[in-house]
Design a binder for this molecule. Sequence first.
Ligand SMILES: Nc1ncnc2c1ncn2[C@@H]1O[C@H](COP(=O)(O)OP(=O)(O)OP(=O)(O)O)[C@@H](O)[C@H]1O
Length: 238
Amino acid sequence: MTALVIDNLSHGFGARQALSQVNLSVEPGSFTVLLGPNGAGKTTLVSLVTGLYNAQQGDIRIFDHSIRRNPLPALASLGVVFQMPTLDLDMSVEQNMAYHGSLHGLSRREANERAGEELDRLGVGDRSRDKVRSLSGGMRRRVEIARALLHRPKFLIVDEATAGLDVAGRQLLLKHVRSLCSEGLSVLWATHMLEEVDPADQLFVLHKGQVRWAGQARELASGRTLEAAFLNLTGHAS
Ligand SMILES: Nc1ncnc2c1ncn2[C@@H]1O[C@H](COP(=O)(O)OP(=O)(O)OP(=O)(O)O)[C@@H](O)[C@H]1O
């Protein structure tokens, strides 16, 4: 079953149309990239998929559950990392995890066990008693990924998670999330950074609220650099 289906989605803020007739899907176990320059509409799309806003037009289904008609099962199978960090800086890492676990109906013990596993896998298990404020930006991002996975979602949506990270930090996060796909997780990875795209990824190029290209990244590049093809699509070709 398809992890995410976005069907003819449109949304605006006043006179500004942020998304226009967007169609997009994420296949199970795939790492799908939503690539777009600043202002393309990525965060608006993530906000609609996560139910923060109601779409003005169109349908969004997560594992065939409509966000509008059947939000509880849709959202239960979704993990999300927002562009803006949402950890409570004055709570410890494990308190943040426990809070998220309680929102998803996990017992304290279950949440602690799973948090330990996820944090260890991301190399920050030794910081679980520390306040988030004392962690570096890269560590906080890893904690956010671990938290998003705590309730074992089948679909993870990530909005510019590597913003502000150094190259090593970016690669670590990407490698980890890609490895989760081979374990069956479906991922939608929103970014404006071309270097985060792998030729084998499914790619949707968003520009000015419209999908300008969809397919495997290596097909877009064909014969050119991905950068040249992307700049051509987004109207900045030399
Ligand atoms: N709450 C809002 N009120 C008014 N306009 C908004 C709001 N949120 C987004 N927009 C507008 O919608 C358009 C798409 O913005 P969005 O934040 O979705 O883009 P983005 O691709 O996530 O950009 P970035 O890479 O800079 O984060 C922009 O023109 C933006 O100004």
